[in-house]
Unconditional design. Sequence first.
Length: 317
Amino acid sequence: MTRLTLIVPCYNEEAALPVFCERVDAVVSALPGVEAEFLFVDDGSTDATLPFLRALAERDRRVRYLSFSRNFGKEAAMYAGLQAATGDLVAILDADLQDPPELLEEMLPLIRSGQYDCVAVRRVTRKGEPAIRSLFARAFYRLINKVSRTQIVDGARDYRLMTRQMVDSILQLTEVNRFSKGIFSWVGYRTHWLEVENAQRAAGQTKWSFFKLCLYAMDGIIAFSTAPLAIASVLGLAFCVIAFIAIIFVIVRQLIWGGSAFGWPSMVCILLFVTGIQLFCIGILGQYLSKTYLEVKRRPIYILRESGGGEGHAPQD
């Protein structure tokens, strides 16, 4: 028997969880030669998600749950799940059913064939998303693949089935500022991609606003590329050269024609433009410095408030 751990990050998913549990249980029960455990990670939910998980764990001994002291984010929830997973194979999927659990039936034989260490899912369409969100998402993937040596597949989702060896490798990366799509690619291993259409949530509302996605994209670029620092350096050098040439030009023109050092409006515009470039470069440096500051403090990625479920495991605070 192959032991399979299904990691399900949850944040205010009380509406989606009943539908998710019914659907995923039907899929897992049909998988041949699989002993499954369901590991739900409650990321500080403020609705009835945690009471639902407690009741589910009492009814089903295959279910375990972890509950954070507050909301630490999906990245922390996935890391906690990977740490607590006991399976020979580990899968990550969302509770909102945008990751169809039926794909596990296709993933499992590919992993068992020995040809792959990971079977992952990528979206080939963004139907149902706002146009501006789709535009920026595609632009992000193009940008990060140009500035980073770690290539990230366009449309890649966190939904994937991995071997224990790959999971152990991921757990060696203990940075606080986590960007899992990049981490999955960085550790390597042979990955097979399944292409799917975009699916709508089964219930509830998305927790990812456009602003949060922009911040997440920025984290990804900073975590896997130093190109912004190089761009800031090149801009600084370029403007130094332009300024030096402009000074020589003004001096020569003044010596030849005289009275040509006027033009304060244009000078102010140039000054404001150059100052803006300087502040932009300082902002880039500040982003890297802030991430370094958070890393050196070595705060935990998450704080566990409660766990329970599984064979012989009572709820613990």
